[in-house]
Ligand binder design. Structure first.
Ligand code: 5GP
Ligand code: MG
Ligand code: MG
Length: 187
């Protein structure tokens, strides 16, 4: 069976995504152009791998790239609320400006955990660029200190979405667009 047939409807096409990525990257390039050291771009594995790959190629400043992995979702569709860092960054971020690249911010639990972790490692500032955002689902306010900025690609409707890096039970990450999974596939 073709992967496409698992999708009920497409929310963002490959083309729409590519255009938004260019806009975000130019905003970021403008905002950080005065930095004297490379911007440290930290992708949240695994969901942000495609978004990270796309956005860094459109950022016109020097960047260092690393990944961090946080576990907060089992194979289901709701957060278990207790995120854990299962793979840490290798770059020393003391005194550096950091941009966290996420696939989607939902309850905010994962991101809040990440921000305090990166701040405790001595980052000068922590900013966030999430591809999708479900702001009405927050259980915790995501607080960015000082110069920290928040960028988002699109506000996401209250559906479980897959594709463009995002999974259901590790599947669908390779879809080049974002869509809503047919509910019968996870209910
Ligand atoms: P939070 O901790 O903000 O509740 O959730 C963070 C993580 O849950 C996201 O980074 C993402 O990996 C996953 N997540 C939240 N909503 C969705 C969704 O609609 N689809 C998929 N595939 N993952 C989601
Ligand atoms: Mg994620
Ligand atoms: Mg997941």
């Amino acid at each position: 069976m073709e992967l496409d047939q698992h999708i009920e409807r497409v929310l963002w096409t490959e083309d729409k995504i590519a255009k938004r990525v260019v806009e975000l990257a130019s905003e970021i390039s403008e905002d950080f152009k005065e930095l004297h050291s490379p911007l440290v771009v930290i992708g949240v594995a695994t969901g942000a791998f495609l978004f990270l790959a796309d956005i860094v190629r459109k950022i016109t400043l020097p960047v260092l790239v690393d990944f961090i992995q946080v576990q907060s979702y089992g194979s289901g569709t709701t957060s278990n609320g207790a995120p854990q860092i299962v793979h840490d960054i290798k770059i020393d971020i003391r005194g550096k400006h950091v941009l966290v690249v996420e696939d989607i911010v939902d309850t905010g639990n994962t991101l809040s955990c990440l921000i305090s972790h990166l701040e405790s490692q001595g980052a000068s500032s922590v900013s966030v660029c999430t591809f999708l955002d479900k702001p009405y689902r927050r259980e915790i306010t995501v607080e960015l200190k000082g110069e920290g900025k928040f960028y988002r690609g699109f506000e996401c409707p209250d559906n479980f979405v897959v594709g463009y890096g995002m999974d259901y039970a590790e599947l669908y990450r390779n879809l080049p667009y974002v869509g809503v999974l047919k509910p019968e596939l996870y209910e």
